[in-house]
Design a protein around this ligand. Structure first.
Ligand code: NAD
Length: 361
């Protein structure tokens, strides 16, 4: 029987709750489609700081290296906010994981489900039918550029972040966007700030050149400020949004809000090979952690993406996605998406509804 090793990094806040809700669904999918999943759990984030003194211990990296994919919950929380910036859970765990495994492309599919239109802050006629994909560059730009840091000057402190991109970094993520668009509505929009940023000019030039290899895919350009506005005015105009790191970070959360809750959105971070890290778009949600009410959808949909992109188990991925849709259309809702008066349930019961529909479609 085909066996796959998955590193499970639950992290902090709601991370362990939504991971616990997801693993039985993954197990059931494996059982149904005839393969075996071996889960190896490891510490990350604040939990790892408390237990092992650092956010990404060496043992965790080893578990990840021995795996075909990482299923990641969330990290961070108020307990660790007083730590120096370089020791903070997100910066000290997620960024090195992305860098270590060369995960340069972050894919966030954003779908407005018809059942949840009333949970969207936008009017139903604007949110209806939104189905877009944000492809965000993940290992370059302001988050990694050097020099970076804070120095003392005679006028006070000076903080520096550097926005730097090289051609090859843009080329590889642009190809991910064009390939994805080929399988969708064949339209890529490059989001940049080419009217003021030098790096954006390089993005435009490079993406135009890559576009010539994809004659079947249309290419459009949008300044990031306009993109932020268009996302709430007319989100259906988009298919694939290609963004540098910072713009993608911000716009993907804005796009996420259209669907009603951050708890709905999965993401896949991919590199050259099939290895990937799969994490919900949201964070550790300390405000609801421990209450058993977190929406596990994003984490469960991450599991489907993991099966699709890292393991090539497309049928199992589709089965999870359709069980999820079935639970939604049968009226199951966690509190964050309960505005239409469906059956409001907690994390476990919501996941159980999906599991039931996976086992008995
Ligand atoms: P957050 O995404 O954790 O929460 C924002 C809001 O969305 C909260 O009201 C929260 O309750 C809600 N929310 C998020 N996920 C939800 C879910 N699954 N179900 C229901 N509601 C959900 O963002 P924040 O409050 O800005 O950050 C909290 C902590 O998470 C911080 O320490 C931050 O650094 C960290 N964080 C981690 C990641 C990550 O691990 N990738 C990403 C973003 C933020």
């Amino acid at each position: 029987m085909k066996t796959y090793q998955i590193a499970v990094l639950a992290g902090d806040g709601i991370g362990p709750e939504i991971i616990a809700a997801t693993l039985p669904i993954l197990r059931a999918a494996a059982h149904k489609f005839g393969f075996r999943l071996v889960f190896e759990e490891a510490l990350v984030g604040g939990a790892a700081i408390d237990a092992a003194g650092k956010a990404l211990p060496e043992e965790t990296l080893t578990v990840c290296r021995n795996s075909q994919a990482i299923l990641f919950g969330a990290v961070g929380g108020p307990q660790w906010e007083a730590l120096p910036p370089e020791k903070q859970p997100e910066r000290a765990a997620l960024l090195p994981l992305r860098r270590t495994f060369g995960l340069y492309a972050n894919l966030r599919p954003i779908t407005c489900y018809p059942e949840l239109l009333s949970a969207s802050p936008l009017k139903a006629e604007i949110a209806r039918g939104v189905d877009l994909l944000v492809v965000r560059e993940l290992t370059g730009g302001l988050y990694f550029g050097q020099p970076k840091g804070t120095v003392m000057t005679d006028r006070g402190e000076r903080a520096i972040d550097t926005l730097v991109y090289e051609t090859a970094e843009i080329e590889r993520v642009a190809r991910v966007a064009f390939e994805a668009a080929r399988a969708r509505k064949q339209f890529v929009t490059l989001v940049d700030k080419a009217n003021v940023l030098e790096s954006s000019l390089l993005w435009r030039k490079t993406v135009r050149r890559i576009a010539s290899e994809y004659a079947d895919v249309q290419l459009g350009f949008l300044y990031v400020d306009n993109a932020a506005m268009q996302l709430i005015r007319q989100p259906r105009q988009f298919d694939v949004l290609l963004c540098e790191n910072l713009f993608g970070d911000i716009l993907s959360d804005e796009a996420a809000a259209i669907c009603g809750s951050l708890g709905m959105l999965p993401s896949a971070s991919l590199g050259k090979a099939r290895f990937g890290l799969y994490e919900p778009a949201g964070g550790s949600a300390p405000d609801i952690a421990g209450k058993g009410i977190a929406n596990p959808s994003a984490q469960i949909l991450c599991a489907a993406l993991l099966l699709r992109y890292s393991l090539g188990e497309e049928k199992a991925a589709l089965a999870i996605e359709s069980a999820f849709r079935a639970a939604l259309s049968d009226g199951f809702r966690t509190p964050d998406i309960a505005s239409d008066g469906g059956k409001t349930v907690g994390t476990e019961a919501f996941a159980q509804a999906i599991l039931d529909r996976l086992e008995n479609p």
